[in-house]
Design a protein around this ligand. Sequence first.
Ligand SMILES: *Cc1c(COP(=O)(O)O)cnc(C)c1O
Length: 373
Amino acid sequence: MNIPLVDLTAQYRAIKEEIDAAVLAVIESGRFILGPQVAAFEEEVANYLGVKHAIGVASGTDALVIALRALEVGPGDEVIIPAYSFFATAGAVLSVGARPVFVDVQPGTYLMAVEQVEAAITPATKAILPVHLYGQPADMDEILALARKHRLAVIEDNAQAFGAEYRGRKTGAMGEVGCLSFFPSKNLGGYGDGGMVVTNDDRLAETMRMLRTHGWKKKYFPEMLGYNSRLDELQAAVLRVKLRHIDEWNRRRRELAAAYNRLLADLPLGLPVEAPGRTHIYHLYVISFSRRDELQQRLREAGIASEVYYPQPLHRAEPCRALGHQEGMFPVAEQASKELLALPLYPEMTEGQLQEVSGRVRSICLGILGVKP
Ligand SMILES: *Cc1c(COP(=O)(O)O)cnc(C)c1O
């Protein structure tokens, strides 16, 4: 039995009628860019998150770039980010010409180590950019308090945590700007690239709307250098259908994660740690194991997919080399890149599949460590 990391075809089968009708209606409408589907989806996401403005863009990466540009972050400015995330978190800061300033992540949760943020603030710091990694909200109370104290903006990288909550508030809705990704495998994913920026600030919203369409309000009269970065009608139509199911899917993800936790509890591995006051939505279920690469290889041989998110901490990525970081500067992030492994988890996964994966992980881990089961 082959078990994939995520099964988007199983999800499609479950909602095929709704999706097919929505997609066909867009094609028949003849409207493909910035039409009624995008407008309706923006309104629905704004309501869901409890924010004033939601603006569809072409990807999560573009969402980060557009948020930084709207906050006037550019050359000479610094943005504080965790040393462990998907590369786009650092890439977006570099692409607006600013400097990413890394802090390590916390052992266990792998979220931004908030206790290191204040020491990283300099007169050049413009923003703090926490990542709600794997679907778990970062320590927003501490981050927002520091930002207020030092007059910094907070940009939430919410690409992995649609629907997650921090002390009753939705992630993405707490900072100046929240950035979403609808990449197909994200917990709210389209059938292609897509992203969104959300904010309560009218002025930022207006600027971000301009930035996604060449920097103009009035067509053909750009007021700033913008982009062509739009969510399209087909994606919006698909995402509107999926938004109706997201709470149920997130609930199911939490249920599956709890089942994994029970079945793997007595093994010599690190299980996901839930910090207090948050609803982790398990975009990814990530364990740590000292001999991760062997575990992954043996799982692959058994037909079970797994994935390393991420094999390199951000400060070791080639485009960050010029910043002059050495190995050893962010030890938790470095260890995470060697030991973390995501196991299959998606709402349509069956109990049988979950038991199969858990059983294999058990026998392989004990085998590698030479422990008799
Ligand atoms: C996926 C992701 C992004 C980028 O989103 P894209 O839509 O792929 O551009 C940014 N940050 C994090 C943490 C992500 O997981």
